[in-house]
Design a protein around this ligand. Structure first.
Ligand code: ADP
Ligand code: NG1
Length: 463
């Protein structure tokens, strides 16, 4: 395993965002920032809603990021200011971090506090707590499936670790940030935090879990990716939809385990069941087809099937915001997960074969990758039911210009990612402007909602 720490670089370029941050910081706090933290957003190319089931994914880091300017104080106070005026200032004592979410949608600073708490939870007893003054700025589109929340949580954790002179490997930071983002209430799987720390410029990443591992994926030379925002926002923490899917996968794994004579109380993820049964993905698909029914499972039926009580099931399997849910779909969700895991495998194999052959003349490579992406979308729409009519419309409009288009991130809104060849990029974007965005009254300001992207590097600290 690669155990490097997060790179610490010297800020030599007088680049615009940093100069603006320094000026704002100095005016606000009357001191200069001591260091900066940069953490990118990400786009997931394939492998959706399977990280929390333990299956591997293939994201790449974006140009868009969260940037922090930070100074260190002896007074143990944490001061947060956001360059976006819609986010209020926040001040608290660093030795009294509380993430007590009372509103339907968490406050922005509660994501920041998740990262701070993640580091404080592991701080050795002999390290003195340090206060911090922070200015936060960010241009990752929010609630759009491009992982703005994880960029913010991870940046906060990195700033807190650096302020307390902790040097932690990238993998440990990724795991720690995946864990501490769950204080916000969502049960994500760790893909976002992993790519945020482990990304390398120029490559997508194949990210595997338990234990966390990452391998560079060299994308075919002619592959270009375009991201289009449906303009429907979906805050994961504001509804139970996201956690409901996590739980449906867990319950599917537990019922399958019970029926196969495996101790279901020890199984939390579909991948753990696969390992316990020593079956391959195709065999898991057959098992789901022959075991789980298509109709809704009621909670009473699940309790009876597992020979348990609701109280015991609540303790082993449910989350605070899913214990009220009365019906679940299990077969459809499990079928999505195993088929999507197979698609990731094929996607990675096609990329590495293309890279090994290296001639760039195999004209079946992009159509094959595109087909996998389209199948992924279809499965997310039909089996996983996490698409949105506006995302489906974008997918439909993209058919003549792209090799494949799919929703990216959690879904229910947010962005699509399309694979196309470079010569089609401009035509495609013009077509969407005319046929999607114009209808919604959008005729300018496209840079943050419709853009081509290439793999960028991961988190770093600038001193
Ligand atoms: P995403 O898919 O972008 O991670 P979420 O709905 O999970 O979407 O999280 C979005 C929330 O994260 C925002 O509503 C906000 O509270 C917080 N957030 C993300 N980026 C920033 C930022 N630059 N400044 C302040 N808060 C941010
Ligand atoms: P987004 O919507 O980009 O935050 C979420 C989860 C991921 C993964 C995807 C679906 C968090 C922080 N992120 O991503 O772990 O499960 O949905 O593939 O929960």
């Amino acid at each position: 395993m690669n155990c490097e720490g997060v790179p610490i670089c010297t800020l030599s370029v007088k680049s615009c965002p940093y100069m603006q941050l320094i000026e704002l910081f100095t005016n606000l706090y009357q001191i200069k920032p001591k260091f900066f933290v940069r953490v990118p957003g990400r786009v997931n190319l394939i492998g959706e809603h399977i990280d929390y089931c333990g299956y591997s994914v293939c994201p790449m880091a974006l140009d868009q990021d969260v940037l922090l300017a930070v100074s260190i104080d002896t007074d143990k106070m944490l001061h947060l200011h956001n360059t976006d005026p819609k986010f209020e200032n926040y001040v608290c004592s660093i030795d009294n971090i509380e993430i007590n979410i009372k509103e339907k949608v968490p406050h922005w600073y509660q994501y920041y506090l998740c990262g701070v708490k993640g580091i404080l939870d592991i701080l050795p007893n002999d390290v003195n707590l340090t206060g911090m003054k922070v200015v936060v700025s960010g241009n990752v589109p929010q609630s759009a499936g491009l992982s703005s929340s994880s960029a913010l949580v991870s940046a906060a954790a990195l700033a807190t670790a650096h302020s307390h002179k902790l040097s932690i490997s990238k993998e440990k930071m990724a795991n720690l940030c995946a864990d501490c983002e769950r204080y916000i209430g969502t049960q994500g799987g760790g893909m976002d935090q992993a790519i945020a720390f482990l990304a390398n410029e120029g490559c997508a990443k194949h990210i595997e879990f338990n234990p966390l591992r990452s391998t560079d994926v060299t994308l075919p030379g002619r592959a270009t990716f375009v991201i289009a925002h449906s303009l429907i926002s979906m805050n994961k923490a504001a509804t139970a939809d996201f956690n409901c899917r996590v739980i449906e996968c867990r319950l599917a794994a537990q019922i399958l385990a019970f029926k196969q004579g495996v101790d279901w109380t020890k199984i939390k993820r579909l991948s753990e069941l696969q390992q316990a049964l020593s079956l391959n993905l195709s065999q898991m698909i057959s098992l789901v087809e022959s075991t789980l029914h298509e109709q809704l499972y009621t909670i009473d039926e699940i309790v009876t099937e597992l020979g348990t009580s609701f109280q015991a099931l609540e303790a082993t399997s449910l989350t605070p915001n899913t214990k009220q849910i009365k019906t679940f779909k299990l077969r459809q969700r499990a079928l999505h997960v195993f088929n999507e895991a197979l698609r990731v495998k094929t996607f990675i194999e096609v990329c590495s074969r293309d890279n090994a052959e290296g001639d760039g003349f195999n004209d079946q490579v992009l159509p094959t990758l595109g087909r996998l992406m389209s199948e992924s979308h279809e499965s997310l729409k039909e089996l996983y039911e996490c698409s949105h009519p506006q995302l489906d419309r974008l997918v439909e409009l993209s058919k003549n210009y792209t090799f494949g288009t799919r929703l990216t991130g959690a879904g229910w809104g947010g962005c699509t990612v399309s694979l196309l060849s470079p010569e089609n990029v401009e035509k495609y974007m013009d077509f969407l402007k005319e046929n999607y965005y114009k209808e919604l009254g959008i005729v300018e300001g496209f840079s943050s909602i419709l853009f081509a992207t290439a793999p960028r590097g991961g988190a770093c600290i600038y001193v």
